[in-house]
Design a protein around this ligand. Structure first.
Ligand code: NAP
Length: 320
């Protein structure tokens, strides 16, 4: 039986990945920052909490990581833990860079010391490309991060390449574009829009207040994206892959889609420039053809259909 460690197992992707690996017959070891029952909500929602071994491991403590990796000696480590919000990274740049970089370095060092055969997946991000002028984005396009979050992911992205070249590790980056699910935290745009649209439709709030919605993003569906993560560690040759839908959608159109589902007038939308970020990528979408060709990964779902899945789920929750 294969063994996998998932850091950030309490997050959206961590929970879906744990479910996928359990279905494939893995023993799953989930690492969290502080063991807290409340934080297991996503694992509970997927009905897998009692099937994973949860341990609290401080990813900034290199000795603790070496100790835990030695005990488990996993086949694979999926590093999903990160301060993952671009918005928060502007408010907390030091914490974001410090944690997002040093945690990865500690994990790579532990693999080198304990067992260099352990395969390592790093959650990189499309945000690393910044204001790229040529679309769609390809794996080898230049990185030009424009936020502390993006800078932290770009730094680790280069470090992964470094460890792959120098120590011959099977260490790879999945360069994921935005992806959503019903497990997404409410700080994030799509979940906020859906939840507040339901509240407006039920008379519990009057308006939806948002920042810059004249920007476009490539959005996908988390349960399908985690399958690409797993596939990246199953091939013979370690390499980085872009995982995306291949199309971008205007944030305003996401709001209009939700408002239309609930027959909410567009006059209920307020733009608040206080929510604008210091800098913003106007439009970005990627090319997923390398992942489709070399990983056999498939993705063929429009984001409007993903939105409908998420709206239906949220409605069910509200009605219960
Ligand atoms: P998420 O739901 O925000 O989950 C982040 C995970 O990281 C949570 O388990 C969180 O634990 C953990 N974490 C945060 N700060 C930590 C710290 N200081 N110490 C230990 N753990 C910490 O994010 P996600 O959507 O699942 O994304 C997974 C990974 O993919 C992240 O690295 C993210 O940056 C990257 N990514 C995501 C997207 C996307 O659109 N979703 C796109 C590109 C890349 P707590 O539960 O304790 O907070």
């Amino acid at each position: 039986m294969k063994k996998a460690i998932i850091t950030g197992i309490t997050g959206q992707d961590g929970a879906f990945l744990a479910k996928l690996l359990l279905e494939k017959g893995y023993s799953v070891f989930g690492w969290t920052r502080l063991f807290s029952y409340d934080k297991q909500i996503n694992l509970k929602a997927l009905g897998i909490l009692d099937r994973v071994t949860i341990t609290s491991v401080d990813l900034l403590n290199s000795d603790a990581i070496i100790n835990e990796v030695s005990k488990i000696n996993p086949d694979e480590i999926y590093n999903l833990a990160a301060q993952s919000s671009v918005g928060i990274s502007f408010a907390k740049p030091v914490e974001t860079l410090y944690f997002n970089f040093n945690s990865v370095l500690n994990l790579l060092e532990a693999i080198v010391k304990v067992n260099p055969k352990i395969r390592f997946y790093q959650a990189s991000s499309s945000e690393m490309y910044g204001k790229i002028t040529t679309l769609p984005v390809h794996e080898d396009d230049p990185l030009s991060p424009i936020s502390p979050y993006a800078t932290s992911k770009a730094a680790t992205h280069w470090m992964i390449k470094n460890y792959r070249d120098v120590y011959k590790l099977f260490a790879v980056s999945g360069i994921l574009f935005n992806h959503e699910s019903h497990l997404r935290n409410e700080n994030f745009f799509v979940k906020k829009v859906i939840k507040q649209s339901i509240e407006i439709s039920r008379g519990m709030r009057s308006i939806l207040e948002v920042g810059n919605i004249e920007i476009k993003r490539d959005f996908g569906y988390s349960p399908i994206y985690v399958d690409a993560m797993w596939r990246m560690l199953q091939i013979d040759d370690p390499q980085d892959f872009i995982i995306c839908s291949g199309k971008s959608i205007l944030l305003k159109d996401i709001i209009y889609h939700c408002f239309d589902r609930f027959s909410i007038g567009y006059d209920r939308l307020r733009i608040n420039s206080d929510y604008y970020r210091p800098d913003e990528i106007p439009d970005i979408y990627g090319d997923n053809s390398k992942a489709k060709l070399l990983l056999g990964w498939e993705y063929d779902i429009k984001f409007e259909d993903v939105l409908d899945i998420l709206i239906d789920y949220e409605l069910k929750t509200y009605n219960n």
